[in-house]
Write a protein that binds this ligand. Structure first.
Ligand code: SF4
Length: 439
């Protein structure tokens, strides 16, 4: 392949049943994009919604290496349309990489465009600053810091615990920079609350509820690092659950409540449900046994892969299989030095995992791996996984879902190219358009 454009067009030609939008989106998610200074935001004071760093950095450089983009944040997301590939509306989460062949800058008419290898390939829209970001909490904290929204405003992302108790090389997941991201924001003097007080979360949500008059926000996710001992004197289920309880008490049924947490024993999972959570994400991260043990040493030691999977199945008895949606990090299967050497092997392994869950009515979903530079896997794989892997995963995901008679999972907004808002992978862009089921 002589250029990235050749790679992209070759895959579009070989996989015509995968939307072209998904090919571009996956490439942007795995490898990031650069921003001309004129395409950056003016942070909280401007008209464009800035990148909130809602949990991980999702950047290909550390903050000190990002130059102007560290001082004037890029937008949270961009939306692509038109161009030579005739792209339908495609929402993409922003992962900054100054060395990417993709760059956002103003075209000849002054409007923002996405350039690939120096040629314009799409018109770029940026998210307007939401009204609720223009207000602060009584203590001066920003809504963007306490309750940022992503997926074009669909999801309120509540990382209420900004660090993980799996700490250090022997415990942290090898692709995760949650702890580093916390450190770098602190070092840069940015506001970054380690444990978000329940009252602050409620106050921020009240502001969103008041100013989101179009009711664009549909769901909230409660998440953060794993709790292996206690936080605020509470174990994991009660720590995360108390936020759901307070939110549902104050705003009953206003949003679909989701929690991303460890695969916990049944009684803890039941507590999540009792606190008002509707969707449970006990992420299985990577399917292959050897890779799980290597990449998730803390989870392997504290819980173990077999028990993790058993608990996922058990939680379907509490929430119903449609409402258990475990995530995996798409691409780490192919990371050097331990990952699969061929796309065939990686897809075969991950499809086995998809079949394992989908044949039981559980629909996993995935985020596209961003090889952040401070993680062990990011350091050894700065280019991420091959684009072909990501395209073939979309193909395998859709096929496995269809053969098991499943449809797009609840709580992700509308599926289909041109409709999807889920921004950190293109699985929703690739599924057939349909009426979403919001049970
Ligand atoms: S459990 Fe792993 S992926 Fe989750 S926050 Fe902790 S280190 Fe990161």
């Amino acid at each position: 392949m002589s250029s990235r454009t050749d790679l992209v067009e070759d895959l579009m030609g070989r996989f015509p049943h995968i939307p072209r939008e998904a090919v571009i989106k996956e490439d942007l998610l795995r490898g990031g994009l650069a921003f001309d200074d004129s395409a950056l935001t003016d942070n909280e004071g401007g008209d464009v919604k800035p990148k909130s760093y809602f949990i991980f950095s999702f950047d290909h450089r550390t903050l000190p290496e990002l130059g102007t983009a560290a001082l004037r944040r890029p937008p949270e997301e961009i939306v692509l349309t038109g161009g030579p590939y005739g792209l339908r509306r495609t929402v993409v989460s922003v992962r900054t990489n100054p060395d990417s062949p993709y760059k956002v800058q103003a075209g000849e008419d002054g409007k923002l465009q996405l350039f690939l290898d120096g040629k314009p390939i799409a018109d770029v829209g940026v998210p307007p600053m939401p009204d609720y970001y223009r207000h602060t909490l009584a203590n001066g904290k920003q809504v963007m810091e306490v309750a940022p929204t992503i997926q074009w405003g669909y999801l309120v992302y509540l990382t209420v615990f900004r660090v993980c108790q799996y700490f250090g090389a022997k415990e942290e997941c090898q692709y995760c920079d949650i702890n580093h991201n916390w450190r770098q924001h602190k070092a840069a003097g940015r506001p970054y609350t380690g444990v978000k007080p329940v009252e602050e979360v409620l106050e921020a949500l009240a502001i969103i509820d008041k100013y989101d008059t179009a009711k664009t926000s549909h769901a909230y996710t409660l998440t953060g690092g794993s709790v292996t001992s206690k936080v605020d004197g509470l174990e994991e289920a009660d720590f995360y659950g108390r936020y759901a309880e307070a939110i549902e008490d104050r705003f009953p049924g206003r949003w679909i409540g989701k929690v991303v947490a460890q695969a916990l024993p049944r009684e803890d999972v039941q507590r999540f449900k009792d606190y008002g959570i509707q969707i449970y994400h006990p992420n299985f991260e990577v399917w292959d046994k050897r890779l799980f043990e290597l990449y998730c040493p803390g989870k392997e030691r504290y819980v173990g892969r077999a028990e993790w999977h058993r608990r996922i199945l058990e939680s379907a008895e509490v929430f119903g299989p449609r409402n258990v949606i475990p995530n995996f990090v798409a691409g780490v299967e192919m990371a050097e030095p331990y990952g699969f050497r061929s796309v065939d092997e990686a897809i075969e392994s991950t499809t086995e995992g998809l079949e394992y869950f989908m044949s039981r009515g559980i629909t996993p979903r995935f985020t596209t791996w961003c090889p952040e530079p401070t993680t062990p896997l990011g350091r050894t794989n700065p280019q991420g996984a091959p684009l072909e892997y990501h395209i073939r995963l979309l193909e395998a995901y859709r096929a496995t879902m269809e053969s098991n008679g499943l449809s797009s999972p609840p709580g992700y907004g509308p599926p289909g190219a041109g409709n999807a808002v889920f921004s950190v992978s293109s699985f929703m862009d690739t599924l057939p358009a349909e009426t979403p089921i919001e049970e």
